[in-house]
Design a binder for this molecule. Structure first.
Ligand code: PMP
Length: 284
């Protein structure tokens, strides 16, 4: 079956879905994106993802191509055309097409909207979570506004590639000895006192929607939480480490740079949070 994408107002076969070579996303990474998961037709955390998408656009002074309801309609139609019920939906908006010039194009330039969907394997994700994943450390060389979800992901791509070459699932980004987040997820530890810690929101991390929902779950479960940065040494000494993202939910980390975390198996806090997250994000 051919896959369909939504490209600037029409549904096109993926093989025939094109963007202009002077699209500013292509030339300047002048665009934002969102990734949402749909499980059995239920959009996980959509309100959060939409709010962040609006914020990213606002921070870059980019026009919204369509409102929330219209966007959801396109998502549903794309899923229908691709015959998907459990899927990963990718949404990208760029500042549009204009003759190459660093400064913004004329104000009536239409933003470009692209959406794709592909199958998401929930069972594979759950199986992975039962085993946990290995991560490596990598320098955080990104710019000063990583809180905006832009398509300028080259440092993230380089970090993820380094992880892949090391046989690891993720790269933990470290700046001046402090852990910020990972190449495409947020990272948490459970310290020696049983306190959950994750880097506070701000310009140095992307405010993960899964992070936010998982924090809500942790509060409901009466877990002790500190939104406070930690060093890579603290992460190595933690009793549990896990990452969060829309596509991995809550994923236990069992080794950093080949050194085991705790006893090298997924821990109880991550397991409880993963279940609570799935329940909450699906509106349960
Ligand atoms: N940090 C980075 C750098 C990311 O790319 C992502 C995933 N988009 C996240 C954190 C997690 O965000 P979310 O939970 O909204 O998927």
């Amino acid at each position: 079956m051919s896959r369909f994408a939504y490209v600037n107002g029409r549904y096109a076969r993926l093989s025939e879905a094109y963007i202009h070579i002077e699209d500013r996303g292509y030339q300047f990474a002048d665009g934002v994106y969102e990734v949402c998961i749909v499980v059995d037709g239920k959009l996980f955390d959509f309100a959060g993802h939409f709010a962040r998408y609006e914020r990213s656009l606002r921070e870059l002074r980019m026009a919204q191509p369509m409102g929330r309801r219209a966007l959801q309609t396109v998502m549903r139609e794309l899923l229908r055309r691709n015959r998907l019920k459990t899927a990963l939906v990718y949404i990208q908006v760029t500042r549009g097409v204009a003759p190459r010039d660093h400064a913004f194009p004329v104000p009536d330039t239409r933003p470009a909207l692209v959406m794709t969907a592909r199958r998401f394997d929930l069972h594979a994700s759950d199986a992975k979570a039962r085993k946990g994943v290995r991560v490596i450390t990598h320098p955080d060389i990104r710019w000063g506004r990583v809180d905006i979800k832009t398509v300028g992901l080259l440092p993230n791509a380089l970090a993820k590639q380094a992880a892949r070459e090391a046989g690891a699932a993720e790269a933990v980004l470290v700046r001046d000895g402090v852990v910020t987040e990972c190449s495409s997820s947020n990272i948490w530890i459970v310290d020696g006192n049983g306190v959950l810690r994750t880097h506070p929101r701000g310009n140095q991390i992307l405010g993960g929607i899964t992070r936010e929902t998982a924090l809500g779950c942790a509060r409901e479960l009466q877990m002790k939480i500190e939104e406070r940065a930690f060093t890579i040494e603290e992460a190595r000494a933690a009793s549990e480490v896990f990452i969060t993202s829309a596509t991995s939910f809550v994923m236990p980390v069992v080794a950093i740079d080949g050194a085991r975390i705790g006893d090298g198996a997924p821990g109880p806090v991550a397991a409880r949070l993963r279940e609570a997250y799935k329940n909450k994000a699906s509106g349960g």
